[in-house]
Design a protein around this ligand. Structure first.
Ligand code: ZN
Length: 245
C-alpha cells in the first residue's frame, strides 16, 4: 500500500474549491472509492493500475458531494487540523502548497516570489499550535500588502497603507484616510476570494458605503463578485474562529 497527497481544484456550483486528496493504492480494492474521514480528510482508495486521468475524473465527478461532505464534518478547531484539511496558502494570487515540518530552532517560514511552495518550520509539542498561528500571521503580514499594491495598481486606485489584523467577524475594512485593514486569515482563502476581499475594500476608496454605485464598482473589477461573496460566507465563514482562544 502506498499513499501520497495532492491538491485538486474542484469545480462546483459555488466556484472552484481546492481540496487535498490522499491517494492510497491497495491490493484489496476492487474499485475506486472516495471517502471523507473524521476531521474532513479526503482519501481516494484505488485498485492497482488505475490510470491517473481516470482517478482525476472520478474525483471531479463527485465534487459537489465531496465539498458538501467536507463542510458537514466537524468544524475546524485548530490551526493544525485546518492545515491538515487544506494544506495550502494563497500568496500573490497563487495557490501554494504548504510543507510543514518540525524544527529544533525558532519557527521560520520560507517562500520565494514566483514559486508555488511555502515552507513552515515549527517547534513541536506545546509550541505546535502557537508556532503555526505565528507563521500564518507572519506570512499574511509579509504578503498581503504586496497583493493590495498589485491590485490597486491594476485598477489605478490610490490607498494609504495596509494593516494586517486579527479582526473578529470581518475580512477587511477601509478607513476614510485610505488605510486598508485585512484579516490575516485571507492567506487561507483561495486566491480568487482573497482578491475579491481586497477589491471590495479598494472599492470603498470610491464609495464609503454599500450603495448600488459601490456594488457596480465591485462588479466592474470582479464580474463574479456575487458568487465569490456567497462562497466566502458559505464555504469559508468558519475560518473566522480559527486561532481564537
Ligand atoms: Zn464593505
Amino acid at each position: 500500500m502506498s499513499t501520497s497527497v495532492e491538491c485538486f481544484h474542484l469545480n462546483t456550483v459555488d466556484g472552484v474549491v481546492p481540496v487535498a486528496v490522499e491517494f492510497r493504492s491497495s491490493h484489496q480494492a476492487r474499485r475506486m472509492k472516495l471517502s471523507v474521514l473524521r476531521g474532513g480528510k479526503v482519501r481516494l482508495t484505488l485498485p492497482r493500475g488505475v490510470r491517473r486521468a481516470d482517478a482525476v475524473a472520478f474525483i471531479q465527478e463527485q465534487a459537489e458531494w465531496l465539498v458538501r461532505t467536507i463542510n458537514q464534518t466537524a468544524p475546524t478547531q485548530t490551526v493544525s487540523s485546518h492545515l491538515e484539511r487544506f494544506p495550502w496558502v494563497s500568496v500573490a494570487g497563487k495557490l501554494c502548497s504548504l510543507e510543514c515540518a518540525e524544527t529544533m530552532v525558532r519557527p521560520f517560514l520560507v517562500f520565494r516570489e514566483g514559486e508555488e511552495l511555502v515552507i513552515f518550520r515549527y517547534r513541536g509539542g506545546e509550541h505546535h499550535e502557537r508556532d503555526l498561528l505565528y507563521l500564518l500571521r507572519k506570512l499574511a503580514v509579509e504578503t498581503l500588502p504586496g497583493r493590495v499594491q498589485f491590485l490597486a495598481d491594476r485598477i489605478a486606485i490610490p490607498f494609504g497603507r495596509v494593516s494586517v489584523r486579527d479582526q473578529q467577524g470581518r475580512w477587511g475594512s477601509c478607513s476614510t484616510q485610505g488605510t486598508v485593514s485585512l484579516n490575516w486569515r485571507l492567506v487561507l482563502l483561495p486566491p480568487v476570494l482573497q482578491d475579491y476581499v481586497i477589491l471590495h475594500e479598494l472599492a470603498h476608496r470610491r464609495h464609503m458605503d454599500h450603495s448600488e454605485r459601490f456594488w457596480a464598482q465591485v462588479a466592474a473589477w470582479d464580474p463574479d463578485w456575487k458568487k465569490d461573496d456567497r462562497t466566502l460566507t458559505k464555504q469559508w465563514g468558519g475560518l473566522m474562529d480559527l486561532g481564537r482562544e
